[in-house]
Design a protein around this ligand. Sequence first.
Ligand code: SF4
Length: 318
Amino acid sequence: MVSDSLTPSPLNPAQRAVLDELGATPAERPEFDPDEIDDLRAGLINQLEPLAPALDDDGLFINKRTLNQVFGCEVRFVHEHGSRDFEWSIPMARGSVSHKAIELSLSWRGEPNPLDLVEEALGRLSEQDRSIGGFLQTLNEADEAELRAEANDRVAKFLEMWPPLERRWSPVVETPMYHDLLEGRITLQARPDLTIGRARGVRAGKVIIDLKSGRPHAEHAGDLRFYALVDTLRIGVPPRLIASYYLDGARFSSETVTLGTLASAFARVIDGVRRIVELTVESDPASHRTGPACRFCPLADSCEPGLAWLADADDWMG
Ligand code: SF4
């Protein structure tokens, strides 16, 4: 008799919905003209080149966080820009731990238990030399328990709502991507949570996915379009689909990648780099943008607009 742990479970409706969303027939996988991708790259270089002399020798690294920050509160962006002090927090570590656990699940024997995966992920990341290792080693028992519980929640939802990722789909978790422009003066960096599939010739085949807690936010589409642009510049073929998957609601927000998608990301990168140069090199006055992010801002204790917004928000909440 075959043991239950070795018998593949039938897919539940949520898992089938994921397959339906991500699957595509050959006819649904578009081909892209390499000349158009070359034109995209050349256009990006042409527009960024005049800004390059203003950049310091270390170059400028652009990732989704940089863009969201410069299009968010500029005062906070200027305060944090150039700082090498990256501070880990439990919400940030939760993503890394759960992604590591999902990565382990890809080659785990039998049906993986979410908490076992999280324990293993925590142990492996704690041993790493990277800064997350140092952060995890300093956690007290209560914080570690909180992190374990939150990561377990994400991993359990993922395993419940996603079909087992088959090797033939080439799934990759948290893969780093970058593309240097202007001989490394500007580097575009991305690290999507999950990619599935790959391009064949000039035919698109990859799906890029970010796994999200909480509810949809306008920033998420911009993040994914940026990932699509970086992947296109490095490989020469765009991904087929970009998607946010909201674990709490078991729902997708996805977009088929077109040249228009890439043009939108292109424009956002140009606007972002231009504004970064204006703020950090040309000392253009930075503007405040109040909002929920003020709660986690290092300037919140001394920022008048931020304090006023927080007081109003607290009054409204009662
Ligand atoms: S508290 Fe809010 S408005 Fe003030 S700097 Fe921080 S994010 Fe900007």
